[in-house]
Design a binder for this molecule. Structure first.
Ligand code: ATP
Ligand code: SKM
Ligand code: MG
Length: 277
């Protein structure tokens, strides 16, 4: 247990109530080194220095007991329980899902939104509502025109305020403007394997795979640097059920706002975490 929390147990004289902190008070964010469990913000045994520094920042100002409050031990138990459940505040902006085709951005994104009680938007679906099926659009207008409109749709969606989940199309990150916009958002990268995709995905809806399903792995490798550039956390969707992942990602998203200070930093100091499985 840290010195900080031990200090919290000392009954001592009643102390003045700490000033409430703004939800996005700037926190020190240091990129975490190595693999950490993205599902347990602040609780992973292998967490990097950034998580520790951030958690200390988040706890600062809550060290002394308000008079008439529950005993210190009870408060500490409550804090641990809230951390496990991840009842922090969601960022008041879109939490964005990126990743290769058929990694699960849409299906997992919907579940996470339900878990968090926030709206869900899929930018592919917005495109389809406005311009019809993507495969047909590719044939008639070509991929560059698709990318241009896709970037516009994403810009519109990311500009909207409020906590929400936005799932992007698999190739959205190849557009530089989109990557720049993502710097100000918590971004979840979903990865999987070609074998899992060929087993579960509806290839007819995916024009880049329809004639050459094996292209999935090649396209992923071409895009990997872009995915890694924008991602704050990575989850493998071939190693856990949708239900398990939805709970983990929701917990991560709730924890993110407490430690990132994305509003101030515009994502410049994003933490990188990786789901350990
Ligand atoms: N653990 C999992 N998490 C998410 N999806 C999963 C999982 N296991 C299997 N799937 C399945 O993977 C398939 C692809 O999911 P989905 O359509 O959500 O992918 P996507 O990333 O949105 O693809 P696209 O880039 O084409 O939009 C779905 O049939 C989904 O049910
Ligand atoms: O990976 C891609 O390039 C694509 C993925 C889908 O989500 C759609 O956006 C479209 O089929 C293109
Ligand atoms: Mg999708």
């Amino acid at each position: 247990m840290s010195e900080q929390r031990r200090a919290g147990r000392d009954p001592g004289p009643p102390a003045p109530r700490p000033k409430p902190q703004p939800p996005t008070a700037p926190l020190r964010v240091v990129p975490s080194a190595g693999r950490v469990d993205g599902g347990e913000p602040g609780g992973g045994a292998r967490g990097g220095g950034g998580r520790t520094a951030s958690r200390e920042g988040a706890d600062a100002g809550r060290r002394t007991a308000p008079s008439g409050a529950a005993p210190a031990g009870q408060r500490a138990r409550g804090r641990r329980r809230r951390r496990r459940r991840g009842t922090g505040r969601l960022p008041d902006r879109a939490v964005v899902f990126v990743g290769p085709m058929a990694a699960g951005k849409t299906s997992l994104g919907k579940r996470v939104a339900r878990e968090l009680g926030v709206p869900f938007v899929d930018t592919d679906a917005v495109f389809v509502r406005r311009h019809g099926p993507i495969a047909a659009f590719f044939e008639t207008h070509g991929e560059p025109e698709f990318r241009r409109i896709e970037a516009e749709v994403i810009a519109e969606e990311l500009a909207l305020p409020g906590g929400r989940i936005v799932a992007l199309g698999g190739g959205a990150v190849i557009t530089a403007e989109t990557r720049r916009r993502l710097a100000a958002h918590p971004v979840v990268l979903l990865l999987t394997t070609q074998e899992a995709v060929l087993r579960t995905a509806n290839l007819a809806k995916r024009p880049l795979l329809r004639d050459d399903p094996e292209a999935w792995g090649r396209i992923l490798e071409e895009r990997r640097p872009f995915y890694e550039e924008v991602a704050d956390v990575t989850y493998r969707t071939d190693r856990a059920t949708k239900e398990q992942l939805a709970r983990r990602v929701a917990r991560w998203a709730r924890g993110f706002s407490q430690k990132s200070g994305v509003a101030e930093h515009g994502g410049a100091a994003k933490q990188k975490e990786q789901e350990q499985e």
